[in-house]
Design a protein around this ligand. Sequence first.
Ligand SMILES: C[S@@+](CC[C@H](N)C(=O)[O-])C[C@H]1O[C@@H](n2cnc3c(N)ncnc32)[C@H](O)[C@@H]1O
Length: 212
Amino acid sequence: MATGKIKVRNAQKPNDVIYTPKSVAELMIDLCDIKPTDKVLDPSRGGGVFLDNFPECIKDYCEITEDKDFFKYDKEVDIIVGNPPYSLWTKWLQHTIKLNPNKFCYIFGVYNFTPPRLQKIFDAGYKLLKLHIIKINWWFSTSFICIFEKCDGENVITITAKPILCECGKNHHKCKRGRTQTINGVKKKYGMNECPNLIVNSSLDLVEDHEV
Ligand SMILES: C[S@@+](CC[C@H](N)C(=O)[O-])C[C@H]1O[C@@H](n2cnc3c(N)ncnc32)[C@H](O)[C@@H]1O
């Protein structure tokens, strides 16, 4: 008798299948300023809220559940607009850049809108043309609707792609500033303005803290 767990292959992560409200998709489409001769791609169709609301243009779409994988898409395209699966952001942006659209518009959660990703977009010659900030009540965080375009002129934002390190020079995992450290079973919580690597005799500190 067969027992045990059944492995679901190619199952999607729940956060990768979150549909966009129609009013937000319409706003994003409006911001793209689509012309009838533009080749426009909805890269992750889902229920079709983008594709079904495109104005007159040359439309196309991808959707993995219909075996139309965005990562295999290689046709010429002028504009890409949609809401991609969140767990694939970095790879998704790489493929977007590879397709070389003149313009693309995505909605990012605050935590997905990271300096290294932006740096890659800017390095590929895109500028952030428009940024619209919006809160969708049942989504996890505030969202940024961004339109990137290959165009002349100054980029409106600049970024520092590398994270700022504590003065001790150690990375996030090795610097315990603002975090708890356990040494010899003794727990110590450091304040946000306190780095144990910069405290002389920090082990003595820990012993004293334990004895109190
Ligand atoms: C966040 S949902 C958004 C759906 C729709 N665009 C919307 O905004 O309502 C992401 C969609 O991407 C699809 N998807 C995931 N991986 C994909 C891939 N490699 N190629 C195309 N679509 C993909 C999922 O099935 C899902 O429908």
